[in-house]
Each structure stands twice: as C-alpha cells, then as structure tokens.
Design a protein around this ligand. Structure first.
Ligand SMILES: [Zn+2]
Length: 486
C-alpha cells in the first residue's frame, strides 16, 4: 500500500497534509523517535523515492521577489518547504544535536528525514536556478549602467568593478523595498549631471530640469542674488543609494530626487536626546520653548502656490521656520561657546556664585525700579522673568553635564564645529527659491527630525509620488507569507 503521506511511484507525488510546525526538538529520549525513528515496527524501512514538483509560476515569482529584496537561497528554500508542506523539514542534525553517537547525523537519518533531505536538495537546485537567473539579470543591468552611475556603488575609493557589482547587489534591495523592481529603467537611466549654483550634482533629470530655473528664480527675487548664493554654497550632493539616517526607509537620494546643501553646517539631527538637549539649552525669555528640532513648527505640506496670495503665505511660513531654526542655531552656538569658554577657564562649578548672586540682585532691583517708573504690570512681569531665570540658573546649572552629553552624542569635533559655525546656515532666499518657487520640500519642514540641508523633489517620476505612500512588504513579511501571499 502506498504511503499515505508520500505517495509512491504509482500514485505520483502528493503533498503531505498540513501539520503544526515541529518545535520540540530534540524529542524526549523515551519517545522512541530518537533511536527508533528509522525503524517501523522493528523493521528498517527503505526511504521512498520522492519526486519533487517543479516550481509553480507563483513560486517562481515569489523566489524572484525574495531575491530582489535581498534574501538568500538557503532561507528561501527553508521557507518554501514550510509553505509547500505546512511543516518544518525533519532534520536529523537537529534531532542528534548534542548526541555524540551521531558524528554524521545523515547516516542515521530516518526514512522520513531522508525524504526531507532529498526534497530540500531538489528545492535548493530549483531555487538556485531562479537565483542564478536573477543574478545574471542584475549583472547585465549593472553592465548597462553608465560609469557615472556605477561609480556611486563604490564601497570605497579604490574599489574595482567586481567590488562595485557586489556592493550593487547589497544596495539593490533598497529599490525593491519601495516597489521599484527595475531601478535602472526607473531611476539610473534618468540620472544626469546638473548644475547647482556652480557645483556639479548627479540628480534625476526632472530635478535637473527644475534646477535650470534656479538662478533666474533667485535673480527675480533680487538682482545678482544667484551670484551671491554661489558664494554661500560650500557643498551640494544629489544621488546617493542609501537609506534615511536612523531608519530602514529608502532615501529620496537613492532616487536622485533629493539635494543636500552645505551638509556639514545644516546637520540632520535625528538622535532624540540631542534634540532634547538643543531644545533645553536654546531656551530664552522671549521664546521659552526654543526651536524644537523634533516637532512640526507649521503644517506646510501643500501643493505649489497658484496665486500671489498663496505664494506670499507660503513664503511667510518658510520664513517663520527659517527664522526659528536660525535663532536656535545662534542660541545653541552662543551656549556652546560660553560653555566651552567657561570650561576652559575653570568656571564651570559655580565657584563664581557670589558674583552671580550680586548680578542677579542688581537685575531684580532694576526690574522693581522699572515697575515704579512704568506702571505696575510691566515691571512686575519683568521682575518675574528675571526671578525665574535666576532661579533656573541657580537651581541647576547643569552646563558641564550638558556639554559632556553633547560631546558623547555627537563627538567633540562636531561640538566644536557647532560652537564655531552653528547648525543652520542656508540663506532664506535660497530656501524660498527652492521650496516655494521650485516645489522642493525642505527638510526643516519635516514632521519629526529636521534635516536643514535636505530638499526633496516629490513631483518627479511622471508627476506622481516617488516614495510610495503605501508600505511595501519587506523581506521577512514576504518570506513568512510565502508564494500564496504575493
Ligand atoms: Zn538629504
């Protein structure tokens, strides 16, 4: 009689019925499985020859998707087995783990385990063929790219062609993960060298077209502004195949649809502690909250302005954001300079307490004088502010701790750079030209972490949305859902 699970030569292959995944390996010693697995009622059963069905069209598509998302052959085979047969493969190595008698567990494989080993071998061969086809396609794709594009896949300066290709294989899943299965056709074939205020940037041709108008737009804001802005721009970057810092999201730079301007002087601050620290030290009387590098200041996610009125409103919003960020940058710079200075002069331990007390006493007396001269309310408010600030300074002058925290989080060189040059330096007019007139989205408008150097061109790729809004399935999800979940 044919084995009901595995069929026979007469009945042909049949998939085993669904069973729960095996999780309790190794089985208990007295279960009879460990020693007697190969025995069936005391008789050694010969392994059955199992004909493994070729990959279905759906399975082949699934394998290709997994490869595209950066999977590897072995995990593909393991998941494919589980999806086909509804259980994990029986594995003598796992059963024998820790048992010295099984120097070569395969020799001791039960008939069922042998069948599974053979099945896995067949699947491995078929999946391997699909991977080879995929790899050949990617190799051809890479060979077809211009050297300008290829060079962006150098893992290091001296990397040769082979290393670049290898690196390309590693980065290509970034595109699959946002639904771009053919990045050469969608992105790389459209990358061009463009001019940005006298600097070369590699960007998508739609961004290049947009940038052609930049100098004229600037000069329309103010004569000779373009020439002025050329001096303000110290660096510009475009296409870069990578993720958004601190995320797993593909960056718009990977699509050639983003620009970074003066990167060192307009850092993308992502660390939540750094954001909190900056907010903390940039408090002033006039702006008790400072500029929050982690929160939206204004909702500015809007279509391009259609009228002068709309343009004015948008300019106003960009100006508000720019002003607040610029002020925060100045405040941070001032705070860091003072802290570093005090540290250098050994003044960071409140040893100058008496001088501080006297200074504050004088300021409060002045505030009270103001109250008498100008009427009660104004002077009262002034005195309140002076008192609360004095209180804050005396209660916790955590300057040293804050300075140490900055150093630990961003590094001493960056702390020095921020103290010397601040963290925002893009001129307002340049930001307005790009984000109001040329339809870029500015990183300082972002909802969470602010990226002051960064401008996205989200109108590109056939006028549609570039970074797809719907979440594409990642590698793990695609593996777990299997061919049926495509
Ligand atoms: Zn950027």
């Amino acid at each position: 009689m044919a084995d009901p699970l595995y069929g026979s030569a007469e009945t042909g292959w049949r998939a085993p019925p669904m069973s729960p995944p095996v999780t309790n390996y190794p089985p208990p010693l007295d279960s009879g499985v460990l020693d007697g697995g190969a025995l069936d009622g005391g008789v050694l059963r010969a392994p059955l020859a199992v004909a493994v069905e070729p990959l279905s069209r759906r399975e082949r598509l699934w394998v290709e998707r997994v490869a595209c998302l950066g999977g590897n052959i072995e995990e593909t085979v393991q998941f494919l087995f589980e999806h086909r047969y509804g259980r994990e493969p029986r594995d003598p190595e796992r059963r024998a783990r820790g048992d010295e008698r099984y120097a070569n567990p395969r020799e001791y494989a039960t008939a069922e385990e042998s069948d599974d080993i053979n099945t896995l071998d067949d699947l491995r061969r078929m999946v391997g063929n699909e991977y080879e086809a995929y790899n050949n396609r990617v190799r051809g794709e890479f060979d077809g790219m211009t050297s300008l594009v290829q060079a962006h896949f150098k893992p290091n300066r001296d990397a040769g062609q082979e290393e670049m290709l290898e690196h390309y294989f590693k980065l290509r899943p970034l595109y699959c993960s946002v639904g771009i299965d053919d990045p050469k056709d969608v992105v790389f074939d459209h990358l061009v060298m463009a001019q940005f205020l006298g600097r070369n940037v590699v960007v998508h041709e739609q961004v290049a077209t947009q940038l052609q108008d930049l100098e004229a737009t600037l000069n329309a804001i103010k004569p000779q502004l373009a020439a002025e802005m050329r001096k303000e721009v110290t660096s510009a970057g475009g296409f870069a195949p990578r993720i958004v810092a601190n995320t797993t999201t593909t960056s718009n730079h990977a699509l050639g649809l983003a620009l970074d301007i003066n990167a060192n002087n307009n850092p993308h601050i992502v660390n939540k502690t750094v954001i909190a620290l900056i907010k903390d030290v940039t408090k002033t009387d006039a702006r008790p909250e400072g500029f929050d590098f982690g929160q939206t200041l204004l909702e500015t996610d809007q279509p391009p302005p259609q009228s002068q009125e709309e343009r004015d409103r948008r300019v106003d919003e960009i100006t508000q954001i720019h002003t607040a960020a610029q002020q925060a940058s100045l405040d941070l710079q001032a705070w860091l300079q003072k802290a570093l200075d005090e540290e250098k002069n050994g003044k960071l331990n409140l040893s100058n307490l008496e001088a501080m007390v006297n200074e504050w006493r004088l300021r409060i007396v002045n505030a009270v004088d103001l109250a008498e001269a100008e009427g009660y309310r104004a002077g009262y408010e002034e005195a309140q502010r002076e008192l609360s600030q004095a209180f804050n300074e005396f209660a916790s002058d955590g300057t040293q701790q804050r300075l140490e925290a900055f150093r630990k989080l961003v590094g001493p060189e960056v702390v020095q750079l921020w103290a010397d040059e601040g963290i925002r330096n893009l001129p307002l007019d340049l930001v307005i030209a790009l984000s109001v007139d040329l339809n870029f989205t500015w990183g300082d408008e972002w909802e969470s972490s602010k990226d002051g150097m960064h401008f996205d061109y989200l109108k590109g790729l056939d006028g549609g949305v570039i970074i797809p809004k719907r979440a594409f399935r990642g590698l793990n999800t695609v593996l777990e859902r299997g061919p049926g979940g495509l």
